[in-house]
Design a protein around this ligand. Structure first.
Ligand code: NAD
Length: 352
C-alpha cells in the first residue's frame, strides 16, 4: 500500500509526510512543484529513507500524474498542493487560479481515470482527500457562531475564492462520478517548517533580527489557531474513517486576536531568549496599513469531527506556541536558509 501526497515540501504537507512515516511504514510518493513555498530541506531527514519517493512536478501535469498513479498504484491521494498566501493572491491572483483551480481539476481528472481502472476492491478502498481552509466561509461578526460544515461559502480574497472553487470541484466529482472524496476545512496552522512570510514565523524571525513586528490595522483580526501536528492527525483520522463525499471542519478551539498572538510570542521570547539590554520584544511591534478586504474573524466549529470520528487536538495554544518558538530557536539554520533564499540554491543543486 502506498499514498500519494501533493504539496509535500510545503509547511503542512512536509509535517504530514514526516509524521506519517514516523508512525507507520506505508510508503509515500511526494509530488511538489517546489514553488518559492516548497522547501525540500523540510524533507531532508527522509533523503535516504526508501519508504519515501520525491517527485518534482506539477499537479496540473496530467501526463506526469497519470504515470505516477499507474506506476505506484496508491490507495489514496492527499492534495495539499496550493498557492496559500492571501497577500500574494491580492498582488497576483493568476498563480492561485492556475494551481488551486485548474491544477486541482487536472489532478481530479487523472485520479478519476486511475480510479476507474482499479479492480472493484481497490476501487472501493480508494480515497481522494482534499485539504482546504476555513477561509472559504468568509468573515464572521464578533457574536456570530463559529463556522459549521453547513455554512455557506462566502470567500473574500482571490486565495479563498480559488480554494472554494477547488472544494466545489472535489464535491462535484463525488456527486457526478462517484469519486470517493473527503474534504477538510481547517483553521490557521502554526508550527515547525512554516514559511516566514506568515504571521507567527515572521514575528519570531523579525523579533530575533531586531526588526519591526508588523501588525495589520488594529491587530484585532481574530483567527482560530491549530498546531500543525494536530491538523495532520485530523487528516489521518478523516482518511481512515471519514464518510465519503463529506467535509470536516478542523480547528483548535483557540480564537485569538492577531495582536494577542504577537504579545504571546514576544512574552515567550522574552523568557526563552531575553534581549541583552533587558527590554521586551513587544517594543518592536509596529502597526501598518491594513490588508484590503481583510476578514475580521474566523472561528471553526470542529464538533462534527470530534463527535463522529473522535478527533481532538492534543495541544492547547499555550503548549503548541511554546513548542513552535523553541523549534524556531533550535532551527535558526533552517530559517536563515529560507530567508536568504539559500534553500532555492539547494534545490538547484539537487536538480542540477
Ligand atoms: N497554512 C495554513 O494555515 C492552512 C490552513 C488551512 C488549510 N491550508 C491548506 O493546506 C494546504 C497546504 O498549506 P501550506 O500552508 O502547507 O502551504 P505552503 O504554501 O506552505 O505549501 C504549498 C506547497 O504546494 C506546492 N505547490 C504549489 N503549487 C503546486 C503545483 N501546481 N503542483 C505541485 N505542488 C505545488 C508548493 O511548492 C509548496 O510546497 C493548502 O491547500 C492550504 O490551502 C493551510
Amino acid at each position: 500500500m502506498t499514498i500519494l501526497v501533493t504539496g509535500s515540501a510545503g509547511f503542512i504537507g512536509a509535517n504530514f509526510v514526516l509524521d506519517w512515516l514516523a508512525i507507520n511504514d506505508e510508503p509515500v510518493i511526494s509530488l511538489d512543484k517546489l514553488t518559492y513555498a516548497g522547501n525540500l530541506q523540510n524533507l531532508a531527514s527522509l533523503e535516504s529513507d526508501e519508504r519515501h519517493t520525491f517527485v518534482h512536478g506539477d499537479i496540473g501535469d496530467g501526463d506526469l500524474v497519470d504515470r505516477l498513479l499507474a506506476e505506484y498504484r496508491p490507495r489514496a491521494v492527499l492534495n495539499f498542493a496550493a498557492e496559500s498566501h492571501v497577500d500574494r493572491s491580492i498582488r497576483g491572483p493568476e498563480d492561485f487560479i492556475q494551481t488551486n483551480i485548474v491544477g486541482t481539476f487536472r489532478l481530479l481528472e487523472s485520479v478519476r481515470a486511475y480510479w476507474n481502472s482499479l479492480p472493484d476492491a481497490d476501487k472501493s478502498a480508494f480515497r481522494f482527500l482534499h485539504v482546504s481552509t476555513d477561509e472559504v466561509y468568509g468573515s464572521l461578526g464578533s457574536n456570530d457562531p463559529a463556522f459549521k460544515e453547513s455554512n455557506k461559502y462566502e470567500p473574500n480574497s482571490p486565495y479563498s475564492a480559488s480554494k472554494a472553487a477547488s472544494d466545489h470541484l472535489v464535491r462535484a466529482y463525488h456527486h457526478t462520478y462517484g469519486l470517493p472524496v473527503l474534504t477538510t476545512n481547517c483553521s490557521n496552522n502554526y508550527g515547525p517548517y512554516h514559511f516566514p512570510e506568515k504571521l507567527i514565523p515572521l514575528v519570531i524571525h523579525n523579533a530575533l533580527a531586531g526588526k519591526p513586528l508588523p501588525i495589520y490595522g488594529d491587530g484585532q483580526q481574530i483567527r482560530d489557531w491549530l498546531y500543525v501536528k494536530d491538523h495532520c492527525s485530523a487528516i489521518r483520522r478523516v482518511l481512515d474513517a471519514g464518510q465519503l463525499g463529506e467535509t470536516y471542519n478542523v480547528g483548535g478551539w483557540n480564537e485569538k486576536a492577531n495582536i494577542d498572538v504577537v504579545h504571546t510570542l514576544c512574552d515567550i521570547l522574552d523568557q526563552e531568549k531575553p534581549k541583552t539590554d533587558g527590554r521586551s520584544y513587544r517594543e518592536q511591534i509596529t502597526f501598518v496599513k491594513d490588508r484590503p478586504g481583510h476578514d475580521r474573524r474566523y472561528a471553526i466549529d470542529a464538533s462534527r469531527l470530534e463527535r463522529e470520528l473522535g478527533w481532538k487536538p492534543a495541544e492547547t495554544f499555550e503548549t503548541g506556541i511554546r513548542k513552535t518558538v523553541r523549534w524556531y530557536l533550535d532551527n535558526q539554520d533552517w530559517v536563515a536558509n529560507v530567508t536568504s533564499g539559500a534553500y532555492r540554491e539547494w534545490v538547484g543543486k539537487q536538480y542540477a
